[in-house]
Design a protein around this ligand. Structure first.
Ligand SMILES: [Zn+2]
Ligand SMILES: [Zn+2]
Length: 191
């Protein structure tokens, strides 16, 4: 028998992991305490990792969009003229693309697909986990920012979270980013 220095329980030696460096060849914490500690560490680090990534993406997104905006302002006439020129030379692809865009905005998610998303989120709000009240279809990246109505961009959301998030990019809101991080960037593979 050996006493775990963490939970102070007296347990059979089998309840302790092997550890070469220690005198009795076992860890001083029992297996359960070790597991709990690892789980805790993972959650803490996951949170830290997600937040770090959010700030990194955000600073770079803003940098880029500022640069892009300034570039457009400085070169407005030239850019407009070359766009007009391209359109005059061959308008068909532009017409197709704009028709597609209009089609997309209406939404292209079927009832079955929405049902699948709902069951994936266990019929709870993706942000606050509440399951009372109506779950609305939420665009992770808002349509106004180029988000599409497709499976990868849709989550169930309670009315209150949907209102709070509004038309903002999830990267600008810590709690929203944390909730959809895995879905957007495949972040779960870090766990
Ligand atoms: Zn223990
Ligand atoms: Zn909610």
């Amino acid at each position: 028998m050996k006493v775990c220095t963490k939970c102070k329980k007296s347990l059979h030696l089998d309840c302790f992991y092997y550890h070469k460096q220690s005198k009795d060849g076992r860890k001083s914490w029992c297996k359960k305490c070790c597991k709990d500690d690892t789980a805790k560490w993972r959650i803490q680090n996951r949170d830290r990792h997600i937040e770090y990534q959010r700030l990194y993406y955000m600073s770079h997104t803003i940098e880029y969009s500022v640069w892009h905006k300034n570039y457009r302002i400085a070169n407005l006439n030239r850019l407009q003229e070359s766009a007009r020129q391209r359109y005059r030379n061959n308008p068909i692809p532009y017409k197709i693309r704009s028709a597609q865009r209009r089609g997309r905005e209406i939404g292209s998610i079927s009832k079955v697909e929405w049902e699948a998303i709902l069951s994936l989120y266990e019929y709870k709000c993706a942000y606050c986990n509440s399951n009372d009240g109506v779950l609305e279809m939420e665009h992770i990246i808002p349509v106004s920012l180029g988000g599409r109505t497709e499976i990868n961009n849709m989550v169930p959301s309670c009315r209150s979270c949907n209102r709070k998030k509004g038309g903002k990019h999830p990267i600008c809101i810590s709690w929203a980013w944390k909730a959809v991080w895995g879905k957007l960037y495949g972040g779960m593979r870090y766990l």
